[in-house]
Design a protein around this ligand. Structure first.
Ligand code: WT7
Length: 647
């Protein structure tokens, strides 16, 4: 573990919204008097109906419930657009960089406002009403953000599905929340390759009966099938729609969006976020963590298909009137300088990305970075997985020229926004540590029995009390919400992460302690990959674990037992890899498939994943006690045939 400390510079201490003393004061007040703290903070957004109640929350079984600002009314689109028009109507809201460097767009706040109003009217024209679910399956083009904001404007609930998911995964997510409408594009474009989004929707809808309408944005102009009566071109409806659409007042606890995420059990969960608390959290964290100032050009290089895109491309920055960059492409196309060329092109001041991208670029050498200026950069961010100190140092030294503090932000789809993170003027950074809790966040480290550990320690990370950005339920399954997060350690929110706290009170996330793996900053349930594998006709059984991977953080290691008389050869290995890609999507591509005559099971039939993890890590000297296995000799075969990968 790195011992180096990067202290807050004098310049940052003086210029930031919060210095160390202010952080200590504000943090203490956020914990000791949350009602008054959050009453003040909630003033950063515009309320149509002022709230009187602030925090009404309990994590206990008896009176479980989470409500913030519950009797207030507001509209998120009005907060992100209308209120900025007078002062910033002509300022860019979105700067878009296309996959092809010759393509870009600038959309001012006024233009975005008008487009969102038209989009909202268009949706109403298609029968979408408050509370209806709208699935958005889009490439990274401004219309994706417009679609989200249009839903918010009329109180419809959006469910964005990442464009890399397969038709099957899309269908599952459409059906789970009963979407009546899907918004998509003809094709996406990434790294020069086309992604057949509309064709995927067509395939998905063969399994879904709930969808009556599909809106198709023209991106590439590629040929697509349009089903008469069901499918409509966006540009045709948009041209006919009025640009006048009053924002609907919705309750603070009315749903804003659903976002599906993987857990330790098979089916992805529809994480539900509501309106008031979420917006306060997204706007406030964006403001303090990135020390956002008017005039900054802010770029979060995530995809809107993930929560990072929701909170830190769309809602947080736009609520703050920021100029947000949207990037359609990938870091290595046309070459490894692309990120930094976009930084120079738009004079980006804040850059926020995932460690996996940084590691991939780091390995290509410094020249790709050094040939660009990056003089506009002021602050850097990291998100999605632990950043190894080596990558942190490279990011700091090479990308930021040693000048920019790095905000390593720990949070989750469930938390809505940043939870443990440095603040640029207040918290000294340690490479690899997400540092300290944000205002209102009460982290604790507990042991396996739930005992709260004090001082320097290591255990499981829980959050002891509610914060405004917290998810409110699992769509359609409130009991699952309670069971998943609040029963492992009763009365506390369980994050699923392991964590160490050092002698300075700094938090170091050590990774997931459940059956969730983090591949390139994307969260995957091992159970989902297993069920994709066993759906193949030749597969009898499968067990999937994470393994260390230089670039991806974790890779996917699958042990597969075939049906009798099937032979595990190279051809079948390739076929299974393709099969999983087709079933779930390319993000679930197994790195290793090991054919195993049998899996290590206890006498009661439970697979001992601990052993499988150790073999995948190539730590075969640490298998521990195998005597409780029904057949310990199974392990010898697994060890002898283990596969090694080169990243
Ligand atoms: C999981 C949440 C955060 C939004 C994008 C991912 C891991 C996230 C960090 C970080 C160490 C991190 C955790 C967490 N994680 N950020 N800065 N340092 N680990 O959201 O898909 O819901 O995944 O990502 O394991 O539980 P997500």
């Amino acid at each position: 573990m790195s011992q180096s400390i990067y202290p807050v510079s004098a310049e940052w201490r003086d210029r930031a919204y919060v210095n160390a003393a202010q952080y200590a004061d504000m943090y203490a007040r956020s914990i000791s008097d949350p009602d008054s703290f959050w009453r003040d903070q909630a003033q950063r957004i515009d309320w149509m109906t002022p709230f009187t109640a602030v925090k009404q929350t309990s994590f206990d079984a008896g009176d479980f419930g989470i409500k913030w600002f519950a009797d207030g009314g507001l509209n998120i689109a009005a907060n992100c657009l209308d209120r900025h028009l007078a002062e910033r109507g002509d300022v860019p809201a979105i700067l878009w960089a296309g996959d092809d460097p010759s393509e870009s767009r600038t959309i001012t706040y006024r233009e975005l406002y008008e487009e969102v109003c038209r989009f909202a009217n268009l949706l109403k024209g298609q029968g979408v009403r408050k509370g209806d679910r709208v699935t958005i399956y889009m490439p990274m083009i401004p219309e994706a953000a417009m679609a989200m904001l249009a839903c918010a404007r009329i109180g419809a609930i959006h469910s964005v599905v990442f464009g890399g998911f397969s038709p099957d995964s899309l269908a599952g997510r459409i059906t789970d929340c009963d979407s009546t409408i899907v918004i998509t594009a003809d094709e996406g474009l990434r790294g020069g390759k086309k992604i057949p989004l509309k064709a995927n929707v067509d395939e998905a809808l063969q399994q879904c009966t709930c969808v009556g309408r599909v809106i198709v944005v023209k991106r590439t102009g590629g040929a697509v099938d349009m089903t008469q009566g069901r499918d409509h071109w966006y540009h045709e409806l948009r041209d006919a729609a009025s640009a006048d659409c009053p924002a609907e007042a919705v309750g603070a606890e009315d749903p804003l969006f659903i976002l599906y995420t993987s857990g330790s059990t098979g089916k992805p969960k529809g994480v539900l976020h509501t309106t008031g608390g979420y917006l306060v959290w997204a706007a406030m964290t964006h403001h303090y963590v990135f020390d956002y100032r008017p005039g900054d050009i802010y770029w979060c290089a995530a995809d809107i298909g993930w929560v990072t895109g929701h909170s830190y491309i769309v809602y947080g920055p736009l609520a703050n009137g920021a100029t947000t960059v949207m990037f359609e492409g990938v870091p290595n196309y046309p070459d490894f300088s692309r990120f930094w060329q976009v930084v120079d092109q738009f004079k980006v001041s804040t850059f926020y990305a995932a460690p996996t991208a940084l590691r991939a670029l780091m390995r290509e050498g410094d020249a790709w970075v050094e040939k660009t200026s990056r003089a506009s950069l002021r602050i850097l961010g990291s998100v999605g997985e632990p950043i190894n100190p080596e990558a942190w140092e490279w990011y700091h030294r090479v990308v930021g020229d040693g000048r920019c503090p790095i905000m390593d932000t720990w949070w989750q789809t469930e938390t809505g926004g940043h939870m443990i993170t440095p603040l640029p003027g207040a918290i000294d950074q340690k490479p690899g540590s997400a540092t300290k809790p944000f205002f209102g966040v009460l982290p604790q480290i507990v042991d396996a029995d739930g005992k709260v550990l004090e001082g320097a320690c290591e255990g499981n990370l829980v959050i002891a009390d509610s914060w405004p950005g917290q998810m409110r339920t699992v769509w359609g399954d409130h009991e699952r919400f309670f069971q998943t997060y609040f029963t492992t350690y009763p009365g506390k929110y369980f994050t699923g992460d392991g964590c160490r706290r050092d002698e300075d009170g700094y938090y170091w996330i050590t990774g997931r302690v459940d059956d969730v793996i983090n591949v390139s900053g994307h969260r995957m349930g091992t159970a989902e990959i297993e069920s994709a594998l066993v759906a193949h006709a030749k597969v009898a059984e499968a067990a999937v674990v994470g393994m260390p991977h230089d670039i991806k953080g974790q890779g996917i290691y699958a042990y597969v037992t075939l049906n009798a008389n099937e032979e595990g050869d190279e051809a079948l290995r390739k076929e299974l890899v393709q099969w999983v890609r087709h079933e779930i999507g390319p993000i679930a591509t197994p790195d290793v498939i090991q054919f195993a005559p049998a899996l290590p099971k206890t006498r009661s039939g439970k697979i001992m994943r601990r052993i499988l993890r150790k073999i995948a890590e190539d730590a075969v000297d640490q298998l521990g006690d195998t005597s409780t296995l029904a057949d310990p000799s199974v392990v010898d075969n697994l060890v002898a045939n283990r596969q090694k990968v080169v990243a």
